[in-house]
Design a protein around this ligand. Structure first.
Ligand code: AMP
Length: 220
């Protein structure tokens, strides 16, 4: 089963993908996480990706598609995967169709998380992430705060704000989202694979509801 998570930064893609990954026993593949891993390893791809990520821009399609192509060769995705943060451009979506076709696979479902425009910037800038790379739990200062400020409920590590979640970079990421990524939803509307749902108010309550809806939808 191949599921695509679409949505603006901080719309809840990763949180919903995590629930679906557990439910269906298929891995969650986040291109943002893959790039962050390359950056912390100090690799050449990481250095290249970092030039774009620090500005809130998209990493060029050829680099990103190559990374996903390699990931699709790994054995753990044989029975499917949940792509979180890819595709982010119509060109990436077309490249993905080709990559999947070569492997005899196709997209089963595209989930588009829609958040009211006026909430978007606030959701990005109030997001906090656990610094423990094994945990990476996600909080939000307003919607889903940790019990003790700055400390992860799950593992006790400190929480931090992602550099690209800071105000100026977040603003640019939203501009890029509207210009490059929002059209991807239209691309999928034509294929009939788009299951669109609205995620707003409380991420915590809603992410479970969204995941539940999707699970029921796929079971039918
Ligand atoms: P994310 O963790 O999904 O918010 O991604 C963080 C950053 O990684 C993005 O702002 C981009 O700079 C880069 N990135 C992640 N996925 C992609 C993609 N599919 N295409 C281009 N850049 C990406």
């Amino acid at each position: 089963m191949v599921i695509i998570m679409l949505g603006a930064p901080a719309s809840g893609k990763g949180s919903v993908a995590e629930i679906l990954s557990k439910e269906f026993g298929i891995p969650q593949v986040s291109t943002g996480d893959i790039f962050r891993k390359y950056i912390s390893n100090g690799s050449e791809i990481g250095k290249k990706a970092n030039e774009y990520m620090t500005k809130g821009e998209l990493v060029p399609d050829e680099v990103t598609v190559q990374i996903v192509a390699s990931r699709l060769e790994e054995p753990d995705v044989e029975n499917g995967l949940i792509l979180d943060g890819f595709p982010r451009t119509v060109n990436q979506a077309k490249a993905l169709d080709e990559l999947l076709a070569k492997k005899g696979k196709k997209i089963d479902l595209v989930i588009n998380l829609e958040v009211p425009e006026e909430e978007l910037l606030d959701r990005i800038t109030t997001r906090r992430i656990c610094t423990n790379k094994e945990c990476k739990a996600v909080y939000n200062l307003k919607l889903h705060p940790s019990k003790v400020e700055g400390i992860c409920d799950k593992c006790g590590s400190t929480l931090e704000q992602r550099d690209d979640d800071k105000l100026e970079k977040a603003k640019n990421r939203l501009i890029v989202y509207h210009r490059e990524t929002a059209p991807v939803a239209d691309y999928y509307k034509d294929t009939g694979a788009l299951y669109s749902t609205t995620l707003s108010v409380s991420i915590n309550r809603m992410k479970d509801e969204v995941a539940h809806d999707v699970i029921e939808y796929l079971k039918k």
